[in-house]
Every structure is written in structure tokens, then in C-alpha cells.
Design a protein around this ligand. Sequence first.
Ligand SMILES: Cc1ncc(COP(=O)(O)O)c(C=O)c1O
Length: 405
Amino acid sequence: MSNEPPALGLKQEMYIIKGESAFTYLPIIRELETRGVKVISFGIGQPDFPTPAHIREAAKDALDQGFTGYTETAGIPELREAIADYLNSRYGSDVKPDEIIVTTGTKTAIFMAGAAYLRPGDEAIVIEPAYYAYSQITKFFGAKPKVVTMDFEPGKGFSLDLGKVEDAVTDRTRLLFLNNPNNPTGLVLGRKQVEELMDVAARKGVVVVADEIYDNFVYDGDFGSTISHAGWRDNLIYINGFSKTFSMTGWRLGYIVARREVVNRMLDLAVSVYSCATSIAQKAGVAALRGDWSPVRSMIDEFKRRRDAIYSLLKDVPGFEAYKPQGAFYMFPRVSGLLKAAGFNTTEELVNKLLYEKGVLVLPGNTFSESMGRNFVRFSFATSLDNIVEGVKRIAEFADKVMRR
Ligand SMILES: Cc1ncc(COP(=O)(O)O)c(C=O)c1O
């Protein structure tokens, strides 16, 4: 504990909000590596591929042409047109360019949604396990995350019971955060379920914040987008971004789609928060959407091979209840048997043991769900096949010893 007095005037929510575990471990990995440990990281969720060359070229051209000033807050028209064309051709929607705001990443879009809708005392439904930002942002605005948990079935993975979502709605519910495909479980909801969910939300008067950043990472089954829903303008804040699909995490580019009135109000907030997304990143975004998608397709094929590899290796490791995630690039196996056999009370103890003794990083499940996550860990398979083989081998050495003693 620090002996310094509390910072003058810092509001209470600044102490409630927590950091992201994937980022917390970065300096620890760096420190271990300076000591000569070769860490295999299943931690952070970012594609380990360079941004495709034609996208980088577009940014360089923009830079050389001096396209370095502010842009309009909503984003350059050619990018908003490209986004509308992408969504409409892919999802059969009818989005107009003036129903789009380009943001500095999907995270900014999540923040904007919270800022626009949540008041102290409100509730936001968070379907857990979930990306940590939804509950953090909800709490930051003085509202309460109302948790609905997915069901876990060994060998099969996760599923969502829509009845539970409906039951969670109260007269204080403002938002429902939906992440499809899901981080950290890899669950993909199909068209029918998404339609049903949108109908439930409409019937109950709840606004859906749909984060579909992994919409291109679907390996099995059918994926349903909320933007395909005919009545999306009634109650949808659609969010997506360039970080994962085009391997552009550091470029900070995302977007919001909503009905015009909502967009116009949000623009007046956005101009005071970030003015506009980075000018040259926006030009790169146009090249990404309009250009050659073959690098994206090869990357997704590689992710599918990795998904298959990590599943087939991990399912034979005692104590890890592996399953085949249908999308995103994460698996969230239950490890309660291993925790028990090792005498660990928390998932962090297991994570630290694997990190410091075996040089393998997985993330503790409780950062994705305080209620059910303590028996789970998250693997990101955004790492090479060689690393997957070596990482699971090291984990198996530990698990075999613990489970067979
Ligand atoms: C579900 C989800 N939403 C949003 C983000 C952040 O995306 P961005 O880089 O566009 O801010 C991530 C990154 O891990 C994510 O997993």
C-alpha cells in the first residue's frame, strides 16, 4: 500500500475501474524475457500478422500527400461509404453513410455507448463470460452490470439461454451488451438466435450494443449479425472495428452504426473527446475494405488450423475441459479439476504457476466473469502453430504431474 494521501478530488469511479489483464501481463513477460525465459503467450488477443501491405501503402501515400490534418468527426466520407457498402453487401442491411461514426477503435465506441445511455442507478445486461470493458464502462458511469451467465457443457463449450436474458430485464435496464462472436468463449450465435434476441430487446424496450469485432473469425456454423435485423434503427448501437480483421490493433480504428438522431448526438460528444480518428488510419481503412481481402482470408484459414490444433492438443491434457470454439481466437476451458488437485484457491495461482514455472501465459478467467470465471482460463490462439505445440506441451508437463499424483 502506498503511504501517499489520496489524490485530491479524484472521483470514486476512478478507483472502481480496473485494468485489462492481457495488458497487465505485458511488463511481466518483458521482465521474464530479459532474464532469458522464452515465454509462450496465450495472453493478448491480437493477430500476430502484419497489417497487409496494400493497407500500409495507403497510409504511406496519405502521409506523403500531406493528409495529416483533422478530418470531420464522423470520419472521411469515403470511409463511411466503404463501411456502409461492406455491411450492406455482407449483411443485407441498408446502412447509410450518415448513420456511421468512425471512432478511435472499438473500445472508444463502447465508451461512447456507455456515455450516451447510462446514468447512475441504471442497469446494463452483460452476458458472461464477457470482454471486460462492458462491465467496467457500465460501472464507470455509475450503472450496474446485470450479469447473465452462459451455460458450459464439457466437450461442447458454451451456449446462451435467451430466456435468461429476457428474465434479466428490469425497468432500470438501458443496455444489453452483446459480443458475437464472443471473447473469451468463441461462442458464435447464429441468425435465428440473434433475430430472437433482437426481438426480445425490442419487446422489452432495451437498446442492444452489439460488438461484432470478430465477425470475420467464424470457423463453424452460421453467424448472425444484428445489423441484418430489419428493425435495427429502433434499438441498435452496432460496433465494429479494423483491429482484428485487418490486423490493425495499433492503428486505432473502429466505428459505430446507429440511427441518425443517435449519431448526431454522439457526434457532439465525440468532437469534445477525440475530434476525429487518425487521418491516415482512415485512408488505410478505405484500402482495407475496398482492397484485396486475400490476406485476410489466408489469416483466417491459419486461425482455423490453430483452433483445430489447440483443441486436439488440449483435449488430452488432464484438468483442461477443452472444446472447439466456433469463432474468434479464444478458448475458455474449465480447469476446476486441476485447481482442486493442485490445491489452488484461485485461478490466478494457476496462471502464476504456469507463467513463472513453465513460461506459459494464459489469462485468469475471473477477469471475464467474476461469478463463473474463477474456474476457467482463457487461451488466445493468436500465436504460431509451433508456439501452440510448445505451450501446450509445457502446460501438459505441469498438469500431468498434478493430476496423476
Ligand atoms: C470483444 C472486443 N471488443 C473490442 C476490442 C477492442 O478493439 P479495438 O482494438 O478496436 O479497440 C477487443 C480487443 O480485444 C475485443 O476482444
